[in-house]
Structure formats: structure tokens, C-alpha cells
Design a protein around this ligand. Structure first.
Ligand SMILES: Nc1ncnc2c1ncn2[C@@H]1O[C@H](COP(=O)(O)OP(=O)(O)O)[C@@H](O)[C@H]1O
Ligand SMILES: [Mg+2]
Length: 338
């Protein structure tokens, strides 16, 4: 659906050139919800602007639905842009236009729809985002979540195949964020729209993305499906992002000195409790769960528990061996790991 092929983007500024993107390659498949995470300045917004052709790459190719954007004529480019909707952190609504006029705007621009068609489409979109009663209101009469719903309706007006979201939930409170994410998931599933989400919030990635790329200083430093990225992050930046939502620090209230501590990492197929009590019993070892979390990741469970083993070293060794045979990843915790 979207192919980013060795793309670099350099901005010339008074202070010299800035490499916003440095040899980025990505492949986004049809129907995916693709997350791009990174701290501020990583190059995320630049990447989105290349996909909808608001910017051109300094080198490399951006191919959308088989069309090399760099080779398109202005008219075809306009057509292709209609196929890509975009929503923003600050909503970017026209403040002086009513809600329905905001949604009407992109439809009018195309000059392809009759007046009646436009009215039907506006009503349909308002109903879809749950704002039929706000039709004649102005943006400043709406809450943040409602404004973003208008943004979404406007972005969907011309029936795009792709929806780009630039920090679309970053200005919203957690509850409203959840509602908007649910709506995006619906759009992906019911309307079969490929969604690219850029964000610095790992919660967003965790709750709706299929695939994720981590960006830093204009480069993609890691790319994987959400489950594998969260359960075995490789790059330090990825680890920091994952750490921010998994809550896997050992709290300082837990004294870890002089104890035999292990981290058990397991997934949905390994229901830990019976494994622990059975192997403990048969090997004469007591397992003591000190801390940890079980997280739902793309409908699969991921457990990360801090466990103390009490018993003879030989028995502990044998018990851990058995647990590993169940596929649980057992890692020894040495001293103060944080
Ligand atoms: N139009 C521009 N002119 C000059 N520098 C820019 C421009 N747009 C972005 N940059 C620079 O490119 C880098 C990446 O920016 P951006 O893509 O906005 O990052 P992000 O969205 O990840 O915060 C930053 O250093 C930013 O200052
Ligand atoms: Mg940005």
C-alpha cells in the first residue's frame, strides 16, 4: 500500500542543513494499522508529509498504491491526494465554518459531486462519527474529542484508502483518547482503510496498532509487529518506549538484596500459576511472586513477573529447568537491575 524506499529529506536552514529523514525504508501493507513512534524531532511528521506529497524527498522513492509519487503529474497527484485523509493533533478545523461546512469542504474541492450527493455524504459522515446533532454548531462549541471526530469525518469525506494520523490523540485526555482509538479501529475494520499513526504515546500503539516502527534522529531504528516489539525490544530507544507502558521496574520498596530473584516472561499459552505451584511442589521450592504485570497486547496476553525462589540451589535449578521447558523465558535478576 505504501512503500518508502531509501528516503532522505534534508531541509536547508540558516544554521545549515538538517537531515530530517536519513535513509528510511518502510513497507506498509493494505489493511494495517501501522504505528510510527519516536520522540519529538525524530522525523515522524516529515515522513507523513512525504506520504501525502506535501513534501518531496531529497532522495529515494515514495510509492503509494503502486504509484511513484515523484513521477506523478500535478493532476494525478491531486487525484492521489484525495485518496489520503489526514487528521492532526490540533484538529485544524476551519473555526469560522460550521461542522457540516467543515466536512463539506473537501467534497466541494473535488468538483465531482452534485449538491444532493454532498448533502447525503455529509449526513452519513456525521452519523458515522456520532455528531448528527452538532451539524450547525461551530468548532469552538465542541469538546476536543468531538473536534477530532469532525476532523475524522472530514478526512473520510472523499472515501480515502489511507488515513494518516499525526499525534491525533495527543491533545486528548485518556478516556477521550480511548474513544477516538476505538473509532479509528472501526474505520480500519469496517471501511477497510489502511491507517498510519504517528505518536509519542506507546499506549496508542499498544491498543490499536498491528505493526510498529521506532524512529530516532531521522532513522528507523527498529521495526516489528506489536507483540514482538513489546516482548523483545532490541534497540535502547525501543526499550525505553516499551518500558514506559509495561511498568516493569522493580519498586524500591522491594528489597532485592540477598534474594534469589528471577524475571519470568511468558505469553498467553503459558498459564503461569499451575506451572509454578506444580514445579515448586515436586522440586521442594517455594516461589514467591513479588511484582509484575500481565498486559493485553493485540488480544494476546504478555506476562512479566518478578519471582523469588526459596529452596536448595540444586532444587531451584531443577525447578527452573522444568519451567523453561514449558516455554517460559526465565531471566536471573542480578543485584539492582534498575
Ligand atoms: N520545514 C522545515 N524546515 C526546517 N527544518 C524542519 C522542517 N520541518 C521539520 N524540520 C526539522 O526536521 C526534524 C524532524 O522534524 P519532524 O518531522 O517534525 O519530527 P517529529 O514529527 O518526529 O517531531 C526536526 O529537527 C525539525 O526541526
Ligand atoms: Mg511531529
Amino acid at each position: 500500500m505504501i512503500e518508502i524506499d531509501h528516503v532522505t529529506k534534508t531541509y536547508q536552514t540558516k544554521k545549515g542543513p538538517i537531515n530530517a529523514l536519513d535513509d528510511v525504508s518502510l513497507s506498509i501493507e493494505k489493511g494495517q494499522i501501522y504505528g510510527i513512534v519516536g520522540y519529538s524531532g525524530a522525523g515522524k511528521s516529515t515522513l507523513l508529509r512525504l506520504i501525502n506529497r506535501l513534501e518531496t524527498p531529497s532522495s529515494g522513492r515514495v510509492v503509494v498504491e503502486g504509484q511513484n509519487l515523484g513521477a506523478l503529474k500535478e493532476k494525478d497527484l491531486r487525484q492521489q491526494r484525495q485518496n489520503i485523509g489526514m487528521i492532526f493533533q490540533q484538529f485544524n478545523l476551519f473555526k469560522a465554518k460550521t461542522i457540516s461546512d467543515n466536512i463539506r469542504y473537501p467534497l466541494k474541492l473535488t468538483k465531482q459531486y452534485s449538491k444532493a450527493e454532498i448533502e447525503r455524504r455529509v449526513d452519513e459522515l456525521l452519523a458515522f462519527v456520532g455528531l448528527s446533532d452538532k451539524k450547525d454548531d461551530y468548532p469552538n462549541q465542541l469538546s476536543g474529542g468531538q473536534k477530532q471526530r469532525v476532523g475524522i469525518a472530514r478526512a473520510l469525506a472523499t472515501n480515502p484508502d489511507i488515513l494518516l494520523c499525526d499525534e491525533a490523540t495527543s491533545a486528548l485526555d485518556p478516556e477521550t483518547t480511548d474513544e477516538i482509538l476505538k473509532l479509528l479501529k472501526d474505520i480500519n475494520e469496517k471501511l477497510n482503510i489502511t491507517i498510519v499513526i504517528i505518536t509519542h504515546e506507546m499506549e496508542v500503539v499498544k491498543s490499536i496498532c498491528d505493526e510498529v516502527a521506532v524512529m530516532e534522529k531521522g532513522r528507523v531504528v527498529e521495526q516489528n509487529n506489536v507483540f514482538d516489539l513489546f516482548t523483545s525490544p532490541k534497540h535502547p530507544t525501543t526499550k525505553r518506549f516499551v518500558h514506559s507502558v509495561l511498568n516493569d521496574d522493580i519498586p524500591k520498596e522491594i528489597n532485592i538484596a540477598n534474594r534469589k530473584l528471577y524475571r519470568f516472561i511468558f505469553n498467553h499459552q503459558q498459564i503461569l500459576e499451575p506451572i509454578l505451584s506444580q514445579t515448586g511442589r515436586t522440586n521442594n521450592v517455594d516461589f514467591n511472586i513479588l511484582y509484575g504485570s500481565i498486559t493485553e497486547l493485540t488480544d494476546r496476553l504478555f506476562g512479566n513477573l518478578l519471582i523469588e525462589a526459596v529452596g536448595e540451589p540444586n532444587n531451584i535449578y531443577n525447578a527452573l529447568l522444568e519451567i523453561k521447558q514449558h516455554g517460559v523465558d526465565v531471566r536471573e535478576v542480578e543485584g539492582f537491575e534498575n
